[in-house]
Ligand binder design. Structure first.
Ligand SMILES: CC(=O)SCCNC(=O)CCNC(=O)[C@H](O)C(C)(C)COP(=O)(O)OP(=O)(O)OC[C@H]1O[C@@H](n2cnc3c(N)ncnc32)[C@H](O)[C@@H]1OP(=O)(O)O
Ligand SMILES: O=C([O-])CC(=O)C(=O)O
Length: 374
């Protein structure tokens, strides 16, 4: 059953058209350009899905090979961007680093006109993992990494730079799935940010920089980090249950649960949960995964709230040795595809997005001379 959508936050209002994805059409489904997310996550690599979203069709083998080769060739960072990254402190949030990195790239490789939008997107897709890892490894380990690796995939490239070694096959596979799940989601807050910016005919780096800022918040992409910070405090499944009941009693918001559009479940959850379980077995975990499963049970039993895409991403990323503060930047590495496709769609049929407001302020009055003011 579809969720009844109304009220504040523009909920339920159609704010434009898209041919990119459907979200919650039957209460719980998700498709990218007509393909079910379950099918895409089972059969595709992330680069195939990026190609689908950005170029409108699934690539054949030759097109996929060419696309991957092209992206591999775009991983190196300009010196001026590396100089900027080296000046950002280790205590900065990596989402702020990425926002600055994207903006700096826009200064160095400015989109001169819309005919460059696909090229500019491919460049960001290839070098966002480099930006995150170059800053992270320099500020935390004091090393200047070579970002021009020859890893086959974007996820593998990211893990390789982060951990200074080739990733396990299982981890690279999970990265493909994770990046596919996060790639596109209709008019969510960050995508809508990108479209509003695009509707002024601004450049693509401005649109993406704004979208990164919107994704950062804990009610949106930042929820995967917030979920991790919560579950790592629980010592066992029973402890998780006790603490969650207390949080619900105190009417605290539990990050990683609920959704603005889905009513019954988020289709991405079952998929990433399955991979989190495999990773738990692989690492010999006996705490984090059972804790996560209990959180899911308690929230459903008590509130009929289900896990969204972010919740089991927390344990999955943790099992792969990814620091919590890099969770949301991984979301950016993927969602960039959705943002860019929406920017292109907006540009192709544009009218400036400018809604109206209901005025709730003072009635008309005259300006008193300054000497007569309180
Ligand atoms: C990839 C993504 O961005 S997915 C979303 C990630 N964000 C989170 O996980 C943050 C936690 N979740 C939330 O804050 C919300 O569920 C949102 C922002 C995702 C959706 O917000 P809304 O559309 O306003 O939620 P909705 O209308 O379904 O809320 C219904 C009720 O459930 C409550 N509720 C919703 N989610 C939660 C939650 N995670 N914890 C506790 N209560 C919740 C709401 O407070 C509301 O209660 P009220 O009627 O007493 O005010
Ligand atoms: O659609 C939303 O509101 C949030 C979400 O799940 C996403 O952006 O992936």
């Amino acid at each position: 059953m579809a969720k009844q959508l109304s009220g504040a936050g523009l909920r339920g209002q159609v704010a434009g058209k898209t041919a990119l994805s459907t979200v919650g059409k039957s209460g719980s489904g998700l498709t990218y350009r007509g393909y079910d997310i379950k099918d895409l996550a089972s059969h595709c690599q992330f680069e195939e899905v990026a190609y689908l979203i950005l170029k409108g069709k699934l690539p054949n083998q030759r097109e996929l090979d060419d696309y991957k080769t092209k992206l591999i060739g775009l991983r190196a960072l300009p010196q001026a961007l590396k100089d900027v990254l080296e000046r950002i402190p280790a205590a900065a949030h990596p989402m702020d680093v990425l926002r600055t990195g994207c903006s700096m790239l826009g200064n160095l490789e400015t989109e001169q006109d819309f005919s460059q939008q696909q090229e500019a997107t491919d460049r960001m897709l290839a070098c966002f993992p480099s930006i995150i890892c170059y800053w992270y490894r320099y500020s935390h380990d004091g090393v200047r990494i070579n970002t021009q690796t020859h890893d086959d995939s974007i996820g593998g490239h990211f893990l390789h730079m982060l951990h200074d070694g080739a990733p396990k096959t299982l981890h690279e596979q999970v990265m493909h799935v994770s990046l596919i799940l996060y790639a596109e989601h209709e008019f969510n807050a960050s995508t809508f940010t990108a479209r509003v910016c695009a509707s002024t005919l601004s450049d693509i780096h401005s649109c993406v920089t704004g979208a990164i800022g919107s994704l950062r918040g804990p009610l949106h992409g930042g929820a995967n980090e917030a979920a991790m910070e919560m579950i790592e405090k629980f010592t066992s499944a029973d402890d998780a249950e006790k603490q969650m009941l207390g949080m619900l009693e105190r009417k605290e918001k539990i990050m990683g649960f609920g959704h603005a559009i889905y009513s019954e479940s988020d289709p991405r959850n079952a998929i990433i949960k399955g991979w989190a379980e495999k990773l738990a077995q692989d690492t010999g975990d006996t705490v984090l995964y059972p804790v996560s499963v209990r959180c899911e049970e308690v929230m459903w039993r008590e509130k009929k709230l289900f896990c969204n895409a972010d919740f089991f991403h927390a344990s999955a990323y943790n099992f792969m040795g990814i620091p919590t503060k890099l969770f949301t930047p991984i979301f950016v590495m993927s969602r960039l595809t959705g943002w860019a496709a929406h920017i292109m769609e907006q540009r192709a049929d544009n009218r400036i997005i400018r809604p109206s407001a209901e005025y709730t302020g003072e009635a008309l009055r005259s300006v008193p001379p300054i000497a007569q003011r309180d």
